[in-house]
Design a protein around this ligand. Sequence first.
Ligand code: HEM
Length: 348
Amino acid sequence: MDKQGFVEVMSNCRLTICGILICLCFGARIPEEKVKEIEAVLKEVMMMTTLKLPDFLPMLTPLFGKQIKTAKELRKRQMECLIPLIRRRKAFVDSEGMFSDREASDGPEMVSQLGAAYVDSLLGFEPAGRVLGEQELVTLCSEVISAGTDTSATTVEWALLHMVQDQRIQERVYKEVTCIVGKNGDVSENDVEKMTYLEAVVKETLRRHPPSHFLLSHAAKTETELGGYTIPADANVEFYTAWVTEDPAIWKDPDEFRPERFLDGGDGVDVDVTGTRGVRMAPFGAGRRICPAMNLGILHVRMLLARMVHAFKWEPSSAHPPDPTETFAFTVVMKNSLRAVISPRSKT
Ligand code: HEM
């Protein structure tokens, strides 16, 4: 909680998730300041890659010289942030996980065993008959960190908004968590698997507030028929998926936030979030380009929410009342990010 007496939820969640994903990519534990730096650079990269006029009219590219210069400078900062982590992990892999004392004290601690970091699998990967260069490794790792940070943090913020506004939902989650781990226990991955009400809260959050209203750009490789339209070969296809969850013909009272709809007897109980058995919501996309880390994302969101509600009671800040107005910041986030007052839960 900061000096003003409230917690700014989004920035703290982004930092936590970004730290986890950096560790997942490079197997390293790095200081918070460094996580903040990487997170800020990758957010800028992401905002820079949203579609601009020259993406539709390449002939206009020469008019965008200033933006291209800014993009190149940003790319340089991105490389400077991540290349040292790639080189350190490569040295660790080359030493077969046996750093000497001097090497070990010479940089961030390696906390994932050999083979467990994402970059380990890329170091030996030769997709085009050659090893990947540092630029490519930076891009691939950045993609994972960026794709996982904003989406998961956005989901946590929206879920918490509803738990702050409707204390009944929060108390039900708290009761479920304490029933499983007690008031003093630590919430583990296995524990959250058993929390059916929390699962319903997360599903309802992904239904009511899908972090991405559009999927990533898809392309038709050959001429295709889709929904009665002819899509020419090579055309980009943008899917607006949020509409499915707003349609009263598909969901009862779609605007209402009601986790119970995902419990027995509810209108969402049989919904398949992967879209394999029909699409009633598609927060992760559907088909072969579905989010490859869907289960990890859901796990992060559930773990964070369970631990946050287990440790603290979250209430609205009277100075900054919760405001559900949306805005686009790569994902669709709260325009005025959630600020909540927290008080520690009794441990007895
Ligand atoms: C609640 C959390 C998450 C949500 C809602 C989410 C949602 C999505 C969506 C909608 C897509 C686009 C699918 C398409 O275009 O068809 C996507 C792609 C992707 N996601 Fe996630 N995601 C989440 C968590 C994560 C995490 C934690 C990671 C990494 C650890 C991740 C990595 C990726 C990657 C790499 C892609 C691109 C896949 C490709 O190019 O085919 N996501 N995600």
